[in-house]
Design a protein around this ligand. Structure first.
Ligand code: C2O
Length: 555
């Protein structure tokens, strides 16, 4: 007892000692039956939970997660947004940084949360398993370091998801076979619950957020959906955005949050009503009308304590699926906090200036339904997954696994957002783009109108980037840069590109390794909309990739 007391005293006297704890987690990947939306099916989960358990830590902590695979699929877990400085082995995308954990095997992900605090999330990074294998990562600031906003009374994690009545592996396998788009989902979910849905005979109540009046709550919102951007609203309440992707923002007040797959958003909600039940909604944003979407709105209830569940529910109007101006104004409002403590270190000069076309294509496929299949590509390259991990091939200098000739610009220039080329065929390759340690990179992500312009959520592993500019139509190298924000642009790890437009991102390649860049619409990743950067080691002592852990899975 005495020793515990003196330890506590010591910790409070020397807060630095209390930082950098080691957190141990065990993730058992197991199948369980789940009932959602009037169907029961086996789902793959972390520890039998859906969504999975929240991983909580503080900035500076070392996190060890032992993942044990008890299911029939190969599994990996990605810690989405965690920078993994020099620890690419713990990043998680299958065949990029590791071979998968095979059934019956385990792997310990070992990483440190350096220079990041806020909400991130984890998810399976193989097949479509992330539909049900995901959860929040809550990184608190270091001990005694306050938030740069009023301290909330309570914090709540809200995970938005997407639910298929059918088995999601069967959905994507079917699509791969036929060459056509996979079936859309049957519902969206909030913390695993769709809420009442008219197409379901036994509607569920949905998730309840119970609140006291006169308090401020921090909602940590994660979009874990596979293929859909979502609008998030709470009836009768404004939301103050304070952080995205574990980066503090200049606070701004909205009725509606836009959040793409892969993104996280923290908002403050003040319970300024005296009582009542208020509808919470997550609804689809997809302004390319020819793309089929699941237009079911997930609902939950914000319930003031003391209000009966049977009391009337205040409802809210859900935005149209093509509410482009709402989406644009949300994206335009995001700014890094850029304070003294949390500066925006925007690269002012660029060593590599790249133009990536992002879009779909059509390739021949004799066994497919139309004799062709829908594919997706960056600079007309549909990425082919290798049979061993790229990071291992790089570290051990194995030849023949990948090439480093990924094109820095489209092979042919065309009117990207206009009528497009006549030949929609893409090329295949496992091609990486090589960059020297600490060089600065600008990537202009240019949507194409091939098949349909779409708002692709592009995610980069290993780094945050700054969104220095975005616009509709084609990027113009002469006029577009003059409007760049190089002072306080938003810093994040996933950007929802404007459909039929472009976004310019910048990052400093200060993390050696092999880093995946891909569309976070799982359907587009499956179709090849992905590539990787190879960042070389630097010269200094702390500038090289660490050696692989001894339990790194084998292919
Ligand atoms: Cu959240 Cu490569 O993914």
């Amino acid at each position: 007892m005495e020793s515990v007391r003196s330890l506590l005293l010591l910790i409070s006297l020397f807060p630095a000692i209390a930082n950098g704890l080691t957190r141990h987690y065990k993730f058992n990947i197991v199948t369980r039956n789940a009932t959602r939306l009037c169907s029961t099916k086996p789902i793959v989960t972390v520890n039998g939970q859906f969504p999975g358990p929240t991983l909580s830590a503080r900035e500076g902590d070392n996190v060890l997660v032992k993942v044990v695979n008890h299911v029939k699929y190969n599994v990996t877990i990605h810690w989405h947004g965690v920078k993994q400085i020099r620890t690419g082995w713990a990043d998680g995308p299958a065949y990029i940084t590791q071979c998968p954990i095979q059934p019956g095997q385990s792997y310990v992900y070992n990483f440190t949360l350096t220079g990041q605090r806020g909400t991130l999330w984890y998810h399976a990074h193989i097949l479509w398993l992330r539909a049900t294998v995901h959860g929040a990562i809550v990184i608190k600031p270091k001990l005694h370091v306050p938030y740069p906003f009023p301290n909330p009374h309570q914090e709540l994690v809200l995970i938005l998801g997407e639910w298929w009545k059918a088995d999601t592996e069967a959905v994507i396998n079917q699509a791969t076979k036929t060459g056509q788009a996979p079936n859309i989902s049957d519902a969206h979910t909030i913390n695993g619950h769709p809420g009442p849905i008219s197409t379901c005979v036994s509607p569920q109540d949905g998730y309840k957020l119970q609140v006291n009046r006169g308090k401020t709550y921090l909602l940590r919102i994660v979009n874990a959906a596979l293929n859909e951007d979502l609008f998030f609203k709470v009836a009768g309440h404004k939301l103050t955005v304070v952080e995205v992707d574990a980066v503090y923002t200049k606070p701004f007040i909205v009725d509606t949050v836009l959040i793409t797959p892969g993104q996280t958003t923290n908002v403050l909600l003040t319970t300024d009503k005296s009582s009542g039940n208020y509808l919470v909604t997550a609804s689809t944003f997809m302004d390319a009308m020819i793309i089929a979407v699941d237009n079911h709105t997930a609902t939950a209830t914000l319930q003031y304590k003391g209000t009966l569940a049977t009391s009337p529910l205040s409802t809210v109007e859900v935005p149209q699926r093509n509410a482009t101006p709402l989406a644009t104004s949300f994206a335009d409002s995001l700014r890094s906090l850029n304070s003294k403590t949390y500066p925006a270190n925007v690269p002012q000069n660029v060593d590599h200036s790249l133009l990536f076309t992002i879009g779909l294509g059509i390739n021949p496929c004799p066994t497919c339904i139309n004799g062709s299949r829908v594919v997706a590509a960056i600079n007309n390259v549909s990425f082919v997954m290798p049979e061993m991990a790229l990071l291992e091939a790089h570290f051990f200098n194995k030849q023949g696994v990948f090439t480093t000739d990924f094109p820095g610009k489209p092979p042919v220039a065309f009117n990207y957002t206009g009528s497009g080329p006549t030949n929609l065929q893409t090329t295949n390759g496992t091609r990486l783009y090589r960059i020297a340690y600490n060089s600065t990179v600008q990537v202009v992500l240019q949507d194409t109108g091939i098949i349909a312009p779409e708002s692709h959520p592009i995610h980069l592993h290993g780094f945050n980037f700054f969104v220095v500019g975005q616009g509709v139509g084609n990027y113009d190298p002469k006029t577009s840069p003059s409007k760049f924000n190089l002072v306080d642009p938003i810093e994040r790890n996933t950007i929802g590109m404007p459909s039929g437009g472009w976004a310019a991102i910048r990052f400093k390649a200060d993390n050696p390794g092999v880093w995946f860049l891909h569309c976070h619409f799982e359907v587009h990743t499956s179709w090849g909309l992905k590539m990787a950067f190879l960042v070389e080691d630097g010269e200094g002592a702390n500038e090289s990739l660490l050696p692989p852990p001894s339990d790194l899975p084998k292919c």
